[in-house]
Design a protein around this ligand. Structure first.
Ligand code: PEP
Ligand code: MN
Length: 347
């Protein structure tokens, strides 16, 4: 990793550095942080001669050789001071709440507009809404591209950024063209490396876009989760948030095995913010507030919660796991109070 003395290399400096690394069969990948740009060396960066040549340049502060499988997302990385911003919130400085329907019903857009307004009123800063859905059963409602317009209309009406899951490159292109602010990688795709790379490549062109990466249902070692984030960030946009959402198998009664307790373990390894999804973790509205508060107690930087103005009229997961706006509002109030209480000990 190359750290320049200034906030970024000039064109001439970049050309010189590019020429040096190319001599050794490597290339450069700029990683654009909010203030500073650093440059990853792609290839076999262990050649001492190359490192010595780079270290000799008077505009280079230092070359870091992090012996970690995730050079960018590692806590010791130079990106550790990078802060992700969305919905007026700087992650780590305030509890981020993403809330909204599991699935947008294209036949009943008003439910989504009402939900979006209610989410804003309850204190959410990002509106979520499933446009395309990964469904276990091929005959279940799979989502509808028409819902993208509904999602963006909810953004216009509330002024809040919106989040939607994308499952393939077509959806990715459509979502970005429409202006979706946060792209969700679902649990089923967290191990889909070609999709992670495609998302990384696409968001590298849009530095403001944030990716919410769910934990796979079957991820074991935490390094697998962080490496999935590294895939996305390695193309140049480091705005990746980790989202534990429960793993499989589940104890009887819960949809998944709640995994908010991994939050402090993740934070020991990575600087990436952690936003927990209590809704898919437990899968039943009645248990969601407790799981949300547990996540905050463990040090989560945010929550992603499914909610609906009228859960019984929802589709997808909403009838079972969506909170009503009143319950969401009280959960957010308690979560923010707990976050303030925990902040001094977790910082
Ligand atoms: C969702 O957020 O509605 C969803 C499908 O989540 P996950 O990928 O975590 O199952
Ligand atoms: Mn859902």
């Amino acid at each position: 990793m190359i750290l320049p003395k200034s906030n970024r290399l000039t064109e001439t400096q970049l050309a010189e550095v590019n020429a040096i690394v190319a001599e050794f069969g490597c290339s450069l990948q700029p990683i654009i942080g909010a203030v500073r740009t650093i440059y990853a060396i792609v290839g076999d960066e262990r050649d001492e001669l190359m490192i010595n040549r780079l270290e000799g340049l008077d505009y280079i502060e230092r070359i870091d050789r992090i012996q970690s499988p995730f050079k960018l997302m590692d806590r010791r990385s130079d990106l550790a001071s990078h802060r992700i911003r969305i919905g007026g919130v700087t992650l780590g400085e305030e509890l981020l709440v993403i809330a909204g329907q599991c699935t947008i019903d294209p036949k009943n857009p008003n439910y989504f507009y009402e939900t979006a307004a209610a989410m804003k009123e309850a204190g959410a800063q990002v509106i979520r809404g499933g446009v395309w859905k990964p469904r276990t059963n091929p005959y279940s409602f799979q989502g509808d591209t028409k819902s993208l317009d509904i999602l963006m209309e909810a953004h216009r009406r509330t002024g809040l950024p919106v989040d939607a899951e994308v499952m393939d490159e077509r959806q990715l292109a459509d979502a970005l063209a429409a202006g979706v602010h946060m792209l969700q990688v679902g649990a089923r795709n967290a191990l889909n490396y070609s999709l992670l790379s495609a998302i990384g490549r696409a968001v590298a062109q849009r530095p403001g876009v944030v990716v919410l990466l769910k934990r796979s249902l079957h991820m074991g070692p935490l390094s697998e989760f962080i490496s999935a984030a590294e895939y996305i960030a390695s193309f140049g946009n480091p705005n990746v948030i980790l989202c534990p959402r429960g793993t499989s198998p589940a104890p009887d009664g819960y949809r998944n095995h709640p995994d908010e307790c991994i939050t402090p373990l993740l934070k020991e390894k990575t600087w990436a913010p952690v936003v927990v999804d209590p809704s898919h973790s437990v899968g039943k509205a009645v248990y969601v507030p407790a799981c949300a508060l547990a996540a905050v107690a463990y040090g989560a930087d945010g929550l992603c919660i499914e909610a609906h103005v009228s859960p019984s009229h929802g589709i997808g997961d909403d009838p079972k796991q969506a909170l009503t706006p009143a319950v969401l509002k009280e959960t957010i109030r308690q979560a923010r109070a707990l976050w303030q209480l925990r902040r001094p000990v977790l910082k």
